[in-house]
Design a protein around this ligand. Structure first.
Ligand code: SF4
Length: 233
C-alpha cells in the first residue's frame, strides 16, 4: 500500500518541471453538454477502476511538457471552435503542479467555466491551495470520492490512507465559498453510509452524484487481474 502524499511528490518530480506540466491530448468531449478538455499526465492515486492508462501508470514515458499559457490557449481554441463555454483537465490529477494550474486559471477568461475534476487529496492536505483557488469566480470543483468510507477507499485505490483528505477537501471548499459538487464511486449502493460520514459538514445531499464505472476493455482487464471484476459487473 502507498501514501498518496508521497506518491504526489514522486509524480510531481516526473510530470512537473517549473511552470511546465505534462499533457498527452487535447480534445472536445460531450461531457457536461460539451466541454474543451486537456488530458494531463500523472496522478497521486491508483484507482483499480481508472479508465486512464499510461498517463497514470507510466507517466515517465507519456506526454510532453506544456506551458500553462499553452494549455489555456488550447482549451480556448477548442471551446471557441465548438461553441463550448466550459473547460476542464482530465486524464490524471490536475491539482498536481499547483503553480501550473493557478497560471492556467489566470489565463482563462472569466466567461468560461472551468470545472476542476479532482480526487481532492491535495485540496484536503493544503488549505492554502483552496484559498488560492477561491479567487477564481468561474471555477467549479468536482471532488470524486473513491469509496464511501476509509476502508472502501483503500480497497478501491490500494492506498493506505486518503479518505480523510477527501473529506477535508470538502470542508476547505465550503469554508472558502468555492462552488463544488461531490461524485461518489462506491460498490455499496446504500448512500446513507456516505452521508453519515460527511454528516458534520452540513452538506446539501442533493449535490452528491453517483459515478458509474464504465468497463472499458483496459479497465476490465485490470479488475480481472486484481480478481475483483465480480464487484463491478
Ligand atoms: S484519481 Fe482519477 S485519474 Fe487518478 S487513478 Fe483515480 S480515477 Fe484515475
Amino acid at each position: 500500500m502507498y501514501d498518496p502524499i508521497e506518491l504526489t511528490k514522486k509524480t510531481e518530480d516526473i510530470v512537473v518541471k517549473g511552470d511546465l506540466k505534462k499533457y498527452y491530448r487535447f480534445r472536445a468531449t460531450g461531457f457536461y453538454g460539451g466541454i474543451a478538455t486537456a488530458d494531463t499526465v500523472g496522478c497521486n492515486l491508483r484507482c483499480k477502476f481508472c479508465w486512464s492508462g499510461n498517463s497514470v501508470w507510466n507517466s515517465r514515458n507519456t506526454g510532453e511538457f506544456y506551458r500553462p499559457e499553452d494549455i489555456a490557449d488550447n482549451l480556448k481554441r477548442i471551446a471557441i471552435k465548438k461553441g463550448f463555454h466550459q473547460m476542464r483537465i482530465s486524464g490524471g490529477e490536475p491539482t498536481i503542479g499547483k503553480t501550473h494550474l493557478i497560471k492556467i486559471l489566470n489565463n482563462i477568461q472569466p466567461n468560461f467555466l472551468f470545472i476542476l475534476e479532482t480526487n481532492g487529496i491535495l485540496l484536503g492536505k493544503q488549505k492554502s491551495y483552496v484559498k488560492e483557488l477561491s479567487k477564481f469566480k468561474n471555477l467549479h470543483v468536482r471532488v470524486c470520492f473513491k469509496g464511501n468510507n476509509s476502508n472502501e477507499f483503500s480497497f478501491l485505490t490500494g492506498a493506505k490512507n486518503g479518505f480523510e483528505y477527501q473529506k477535508k477537501a470538502i470542508e476547505n471548499l465550503k469554508n472558502e465559498n468555492v462552488r463544488f459538487n461531490i461524485a461518489l464511486v462506491t460498490l455499496n449502493k446504500n448512500s446513507q453510509i456516505f452521508i453519515n460520514e460527511l454528516d458534520n459538514l452540513n452538506l446539501d445531499h442533493t449535490n452528491i452524484e453517483m459515478e458509474e464505472i464504465i468497463l472499458y476493455p483496459k479497465v476490465r482487464k485490470r479488475l480481472e487481474k486484481e480478481k475483483i471484476i465480480n464487484y463491478f459487473e
